[in-house]
Design a protein around this ligand. Sequence first.
Ligand code: 3HC
Length: 283
Amino acid sequence: MTQLGVVGGGTMGAGIAEVAARSGDQVLILERDQDTADAARARIAASLARGVKRGKLSEEDADAALARLTTTTTVDDFGDRELVIEALPEIENLKVSFFADLDRVTPKETILATNTSSIPIIRVSKEVADPSRVVGVHFFNPVPVMPLVEIISSLATAPEAAQTVTDYVRDNLGKKPIQAGDRGGFVVNALLIPYLVSAIRMYESGYATKEDIDTGMVNGCAHPQGPLALCDTVGLDIVLDVSESLFDEFRESHYAPPPLLRRMVDAGYLGRKSGRGFYDYAR
Ligand code: 3HC
């Protein structure tokens, strides 16, 4: 059992907290105020209820998991955490200043992990006195369903810290860890983003309908979702952020975000979470 701290209770943070609580960890979630903390808890309760409905866990186990989750609005409560996983929005300054706070309040043995999908781990560690304790730990959406976790070592990460996190996600959380270096997109997004933006370009050019593009990949390649539906699951704002950061890192055109992706994000069409993306999810 690990005393886990999760920073941010949005889609990814809530998913990570849920999986850890289901695995028996005591999880403390940090949010900016009581309303967002309550929203994170409600998000986790809804996902646990979905898991119960799908026969993935019993109602008693779901209640026990919820009982292992607590929330706070102050980082000072993180002094007793053995492992902290940060899942804040992909804003570099926000993460850097947060890691400075974590450095101040946690003992030097605590491993500080970031779920960033696009910011180099070494830059997130910039204001941590001992950056050897900072590790990238990249989960996939939806976290309760996707087995993979990428473990990323920066140039300064201690091998023991990466190993501890690898063991934790495999043995405690039951996930499948892989190792990646600290470069844009790690393994999966470096391969996935060119595919997703190609699908958007194909749709944007009028070459095929969105339904036919998605049907093609579901029925022709046995993917669970087609690329445009997957963009809606991931969030178009996230796809845009990651593609911009990959383009920035490599300057290769297959990473560049297509205009339609930018316009959809400008319009607030972010996918499932906003009720509209390439498809309509309005209830
Ligand atoms: N807890 C536990 N299990 C759950 C669950 C929950 N809260 N919600 C759903 N599940 C399980 C279901 O029981 C089902 O399991 P089964 O196949 O054993 O019966 C499975 O998940 C599928 O769930 P549903 O039937 O409810 O939903 P769908 O069939 O519509 O699948 C999906 C939805 C899981 C999103 C599926 O379409 C999928 O796997 N899509 C691909 C997702 C993907 O590729 N994610 C990676 C994105 S990249 C990323 O995240 C990185 C970032 O940095 C960009």
